[in-house]
Write a protein that binds this ligand. Sequence first.
Ligand code: FES
Length: 101
Amino acid sequence: MAHRVTLTPSGQTFVVADGQTLLEGARGAGIPMAWGCGVGACRTCAVRVTAGRISMPPGTALDDELLRAHLILPCVAVPRSDVALELAPRGGWVAPLPWTD
Ligand code: FES
């Protein structure tokens, strides 16, 4: 089932097809979203969920404290309902981690 994503503060919306990650949905809609590794390792794509449900695999670069702050990694997160995401302020929600391919 597809889910609608609303970004704040821009108010942009896009639809994520069943099985797509949030990043894949944004890119497919032509909405720029910061990213780096694409596998949940660098935290470059971190955003905050303000409404809705997502699922994310274990073992990403987010620790328990960041998860409790509702940060997620759109490169590996899949929506389970319509969701609202707060994009990172300048400088990001969290410092990116170095990564290599
Ligand atoms: S792009 Fe690296 S964690 Fe999402």
